[in-house]
Ligand binder design. Sequence first.
Ligand code: AMP
Length: 187
Amino acid sequence: MRLVFLGAPGAGKGTQAKRLSDKLNIAHISTGDMLRSATQDGSELGKRVKSIIDSGQLVSDELMIELINDRVDHEDCRSGYILDGFPRTVPQAEALQKMMESKGSKLDGVLLFEVSEAEVLNRLRNRAAQENRVDDTEEVQISRIAVYKEKTEPLIAYYKQHGELKVVDSSAGPDQVFDNLLKAIGR
Ligand code: AMP
């Protein structure tokens, strides 16, 4: 099963992706985690990526596409994967489609985790307290939400048009959301 998880920062994609990847025994590909670990190697690229993440902006489409193109060829992706945080722009979605075609595979679904903006802010505030993420300060949160609206939200229309979008009500607690997710993918 090959899935894309879509939703605002704090919508619960990461938590749900982890749970579903454990249940289905498929890979959980979090581009945020991949980038954060790349920032720790002390390289010039790592430093550049860190400053982009810390400001709440997006890393270039080119770099992201290269990262994903490589990652999905790993052994652990053979039985499937969840893309958590990719694509985040329309050019990334178009590149993903081409990439999958060239590998002879296709997406089984795009799950949109839907939650109100007030709840998103509330969750980000809690996460900031728990995880101490530099990109979870109030100022950066606002910028991340603005970037989401401008660059990522157009993907909703994109995937609706491609007939792959399924909406998951993500306003409840993690257990309820997981049930909603399983229903959405027919499990
Ligand atoms: P996340 O953990 O998914 O919220 O990602 C943290 C940060 O990593 C984002 O705010 C972006 O700066 C960067 N990032 C993650 N995924 C992507 C992507 N697909 N395209 C561009 N930047 C990304």
